[in-house]
Structures are given as structure tokens and as C-alpha cells.
Design a protein around this ligand. Sequence first.
Ligand code: SF4
Length: 429
Amino acid sequence: MRVPRVALINLGCRVNRVETDLIAKQLEDAGCSLVDPEQADAIVVNTCAVTGEAQAKTRKAVRHAANLPQEPTVIATGCVAVLFASELTELGSNVVVERDKSTVSRRVLDVLGSKDALRLDKTACAASSTPTPTGRTRPGIKVQDGCDYRCSYCIVWKARGPSTSVPANEVLRSVVESVERGAHEVVLTGINLGRWRSQGDDGLPAGTRLDGLLRHLLERTSIDRIRISSIEPPDVDTSLLRLMGSANGRIAPFLHICLQSGCDQTLSRMRRPYNTDLFRRVVEEARSTVPHVAIGTDVIVGFPGETDEEFAQSISFCKAMSFARMHVFRYSRRPGTEAALAKNQIDARTMAVRASLMRDMATESRLSCAQGLDGCRDHVLVQYAGKAVNGQLFDVGVDAGIPVGSWVDVTQSWRGDRLVGEPLRATRA
Ligand code: SF4
């Protein structure tokens, strides 16, 4: 009996990435073979609705998959599937929508119509040898989902529902499994990560926050490094920073703290729960508490009502923060959001100009942060031949002979346009 062949297409955020990896693992464990879309009997598309552009990319991916010559069944899941299902099913009679990600792999087995045979063929496909079935060296671990905030431009909370926390004992098991599969670093991720809370039935006292979870993982696993993905400014508190500063490099010295705008008037129209003064104080405390910490952020330009003066405030605030990494987004009008109803929408040309100015500033800021690491020692993880990633999420050039997935101690030096790492001592694969 031929082994069923499934392809997975992931769009959007880190949480989507982790969910797609989990579906891949379930299908692999059920005996499916993970292939490219052109060879697949079924294709899973994990969709994204965060911006109009992301939604257009989703439609394009689903349409392309549905029109492949072998006419695979396309199972669409994710935020577009939850919010705009008909937009996907109208793309082809072989497109089905599965809103609940926890039942996607079951749906795939059903549409392939041979789950009994699959179980029989369980031994057919050896499990993959990389930390994730899809070959990631730094697997993501989803610890939180949903959101209770109501940012005026955002559609995500409608798709993902209220904030929920993955029990600490399940997170612990995922980290242990990742270590067993050879991971040196894991990335904790969530839609509003800092809202993670123990419910008291998972080995931690009820109400325990993210720093408590991190301490729990550091004490009970041998993972070399844990990285925190995006987090909201109010959740970057003293106890989290002190833990990061005292973890001997086992928590990556990097914080992606979502700013969205460097202007208080714009932040208030965005319904963001902080102002620039709080943000500045969080960054200053992080820099005084966590050695060599690098700060990344997300910024939206062209939010409705953003005057030239407000934009000038935003870009000068971002410059003053010396971000090591900035994701610059043009405001995207999302149906059903408060901001979409706002009168003074900004024209596309102005948005493009502001995005370009903000990105140019971000590039300069990133270069100067990288230069600041000249002479610093670090553990770097080799992600590709000759390229590693350091604690601050900068690429570091290393000897191409060092195996991918290796953990190397280096001294970093700035070579004009990039960081290069001279190994201090032998690698640990
Ligand atoms: S924090 Fe705001 S932008 Fe982020 S998911 Fe929640 S509502 Fe959306």
C-alpha cells in the first residue's frame, strides 16, 4: 500500500509555525510521508489574516494548491479559515476548511480514507532526525494562545479567542522532547506570551507568571538556551529581567518588545495599554539588568490619523531606543476593526514613504548594535553551513566545516558589514 503523501504550507506568525510543525509530527507519526506540494495527495495550509497582504497571500497559496494537476485535497486552517471560510472554499471544490487545528491531522487521515492502512504502515516512515519534522534547528514551543487585549487595528483576537495558557507540565514535556531530538535552543512563543499563567494544576502554583515557567524549565531540563519570542511591554517586569540577567546565558539576551508606535497620541488611538515613557523605562531596566541584551520591536506606520508630526515623533523615539531588529509594517485596514472605521485613513504613497524612512533608520540601528558586539564572547548555534546565530539573534559567520546544529563558543569580531566568530574551543554537536 502506497504511503500517503502530505504537504504543509505555513503562513504567518511563529505560533502558526509551531502549530504546523505539530500537525507535521502527528501526520508523520501516523505513517504519512511529508512531501512537496507537487507530489502531495493532501495539502494543509495554515493561514494568516493579520494584514490584508497576508490574507491575499493565503488566497494565492490555497488557489495554487487547489489547481495542482494531481488535484490534491486542500485542508485550510488558521485565522482566515476561522474568520473568512467562504473566501477559501470558493477557491475550489477540493478545498475544505478545518477551523480547529487540533483536528487537522485527523481530517487529513479521513480525506485520505485509509487510516487503518496508515496505522498498519506506521513503521514505513522513519521519524525525522532534526529537532522538528520540518527541519528547524531552533524549534518553537507554543505556551500561550489567544488575547484579551483589544488593539483597535487587530483582527487576531477575533480569530484566536481569549488568552489561554498551555499547562507547565506540557511545556516541560515539549522542551524535554526537543532536547531528545537534538535541539540546543527552543523559542517560547504565544499570541500574547507574557499573559501566560499557571492554573495551579500543572506543577506550579496558580497565578505563576512567565518568569516562573522559565525558572521551572531551566531547573528541570538540560536545554542550552531558551529564547522568548514577542512580548508586550507591560509584561517585561523586574522578576523576568532579573532571571534573564542571572541565567548564565541559558536565556537568550534578546527581547522583542512590541512598540507599534513611538508617539503617545497614536498609541492611544491604537488602544495600546502603555505609553512611550513606560516603554523607555522597560528598555532602560532591561539594559541595566541583562548583560548585552538586544531589543527588537514591531512598528506600524501610517495608522489612521498619523500626522507628519506624529510620525516624526515615532521615528525619533525608535531611533533613541537603538533597536537591534525592527519589523516595520504599513497599517493594514482590517474588516471589523475599530481603526477601519476611522475617518482620516492615510494614503498608500505616504505610508510607503514612512515605511521606507523607518526601515532605513532600522537598518542603521541594527548595524550599530552588531558593531557593539565586536570582541564579545558567546555561544552560537550553527543553523546553516558557515552561518550561526548568537544570543542577540544576529547571524555570525563561522567555519563552514562545523556541523549544522552544533553549539560553538566563539569570540565575535565585526568585519565591516558582518559578525564573524572565532571558535574558543571544540564544538558540541
Ligand atoms: S496584543 Fe493587540 S495586536 Fe496583539 S494579538 Fe492582542 S489585540 Fe492583537
